[in-house]
Design a protein around this ligand. Structure first.
Ligand code: NG6
Ligand code: CA
Length: 508
């Protein structure tokens, strides 16, 4: 997935265009954060996607600003989400790697989150979709048949309707305000990440039961809806989700929420399941792209965006809603299921030509789409090439709603409101990103430094993605953003400077 198919973003967007605000600034906008899963830098049309129509995201982009150099803080989900909600780089905290479905809650009730920021400003707050930040006080001891606590309710969210981890991890049920949604008392739920339950089939032993998707690597433990998962579960009965209905279900919850809360300011964190594996979109999206299930999942995600925007419009609150659309990490094709994602790509490049992908230290790992729209305030059709990081979400939202950000969140995050609203001076001096093995990279407008750290050159468990791990320091000139030539030996002073900068950050 390294082909240079998306050159337009490399240079064309390196200048910030002069842009005009659409109207006067109102007070207390609603905030809708649309957080896609594994959506790559090149995976939507306005970032160069081919083979999949994304009209709703295009329309959002036309009503807002597109950022060409925006970053998740990590190339996997849990650390990116941790930073997004707390304003703290995940590599500062133990236990923030990709969480199992029975992990204890990673953000503790006493921690300050962006949801608290909104609560302090008098907002209603909600999260719908993929959580992946742990639940309950103790790993493996959640009360799945009663009340799961602590939950997002304890870290600032008034309402939640969430998947505990990911669609490929058990338990395969939604948790709604602390309890399993549609709980089926005839099928008590048991979950283990250690051992199978007696008599329960697994993908490993019963591959003939994988009638919806076959596993390509891993994902061979419990089988739910004809799809192998990570982890073991028993029970669930009628509460078990059907993968083909996940997008409908979380979108319906979000649309209802918008309708019921239209008269007061709200913060809605819409954490899409798309386009993470298992990719199993509803049949009405099958064939919407020329890329099979992965492209169809992008089309389904775009549909969700359209539904949310449509609901805001119907309620007459679209003008005064700040919408941010971005992704938790870069793209992957084969991430463990035989969905033909690689072979059906055609001319599409999920990374937009960037090197690496999900898990990687290269740009494909954490550079993501980032679109900001707020029709009443943000310039239409703006473009910004400045460096943007999701670690700034908390302080930036605190500035938006006029409350103090916690001291913790200001170690790494900062108020970038002017930049995010399309201001001309929209660059951070540098951003730090974290690869799956905790290799850190420091990107400045001109350079990308990848710290030396050993590891396999290709992700070892299946996805054919270059990790970017190396025992030698790496330096890339980002005027050509494809990280082709390591110029560390030619610019030792730059390497030294960026190494010291990274060390200073680590010492904070
Ligand atoms: C990996 C899974 C992958 C995905 C990833 C987390 C295997 C073989 N692979 O361990 O499928 O679930 O974890 O993805 O189990 S993330 O986007 O939530 O970080
Ligand atoms: Ca992800």
């Amino acid at each position: 997935m390294a082909a240079e198919k998306n050159v337009f973003l490399s240079m064309a967007l390196f200048a910030t265009l002069p842009i005009q605000a659409c109207a006067e600034e109102p007070v207390k906008p609603n905030v809708l954060l649309i957080y896609a899963d594994d959506l790559g830098y090149g995976d939507v049309e306005c970032y160069g996607a081919q083979g999949v129509p994304t009209p709703n995201i295009n329309a959002l982009r036309e009503r807002g600003v597109l950022f060409a150099n925006a970053y998740a803080t990590a190339s996997t989900s849990t650390p990116s989400r941790y930073s997004l909600l707390t304003g703290v780089y995940a590599w500062r905290r133990e236990g923030t790697d990709v969480a199992a479905g029975d992990a204890a809650m990673i953000i503790k009730p006493e921690n300050h989150t962006v949801a608290d920021v909104f609560k302090n400003a008098g907002y209603r707050t909600a999260v719908f979709g993929k959580w992946h930040l742990g639940l309950g006080a103790v790993t493996g001891e959640q009360e799945w048949n009663d009340r799961v606590s602590p939950s997002p309710a304890d870290i600032g969210f008034d309402d939640h309707y969430i998947m505990a981890a990911t669609a490929d991890r058990v338990p395969c049920v939604f948790i709604e305000n602390g309890v399993v949604a549609g709980y089926d008392p005839s099928a008590p739920i048991e979950v283990s990440y250690k051992a199978n339950f007696d008599g329960e089939p697994t993908g490993k032993n019963n591959p003939e039961l994988l009638y919806n998707l076959k596993s390509s690597h891993g994902h061979n433990m419990s089988i739910v809806n004809g799809i192998g998962r990570i982890g073991y579960m028993k029970g669930g009965g009628s509460a078990l989700w059907k993968d083909e209905n996940i997008a409908d279900s979380i979108t319906a919850h979000a649309v209802d929420y918008i309708h019921s809360n239209a008269s007061e300011p709200f913060f809605l964190y819409f954490a899409a399941n798309d386009i993470h594996v298992p990719r199993f979109p509803h049949e009405r999206f099958r064939g919407c792209s020329s890329m099979g299930l992965r492209g169809d999942a992008i089309a389904q995600f775009d549909w969700s965006v359209g539904q949310l925007v449509g609901a805001l419009r119907e309620c007459g609150i679209l003008e005064n809603t700040l919408i941010i659309l971005t992704s938790d990490n870069g793209p992957v094709t084969d991430d463990g299921y035989s969905d033909r994602a690689d072979e059906m790509l055609g001319t599409h490049s999920p990374t937009g030509g960037l090197r690496g992908g999900k898990y990687s230290a290269f740009e494909g790992g954490a550079r993501v789409p980032f679109i900001v729209s707020w029709p009443a305030v943000v310039p239409c059709e703006g473009e910004c090439a400045g460096l943007v990081s999701q670690v700034d979400f908390l302080p930036t939202m605190a500035a938006l709603v006029g409350v103090e950000a916690s001291a913790d969140s200001l170690i790494d995050g900062r108020d970038c409101l002017a930049a995010w609203l399309g201001g001309e001076n929209c660059s951070r001096e540098y951003v730090i990103t974290q690869a799956a093995n905790h290799t850190l990279s420091l990107r400045t407008p001109l350079w990308k430094y990848i710290e030396p750290k050993g590891g396999p050159a290709i992700v070892p468990w299946g996805p054919q993605i270059e990790t970017g791990y190396s025992l030698a320091p790496q330096l890339y000139d980002m005027r050509a953003p494809y990280e082709k030539e390591n110029v560390a030996n030619e610019f030792p002073a730059v390497v030294e400077e960026l190494k010291m900068l990274l060390q200073a950050e680590k010492n904070k």
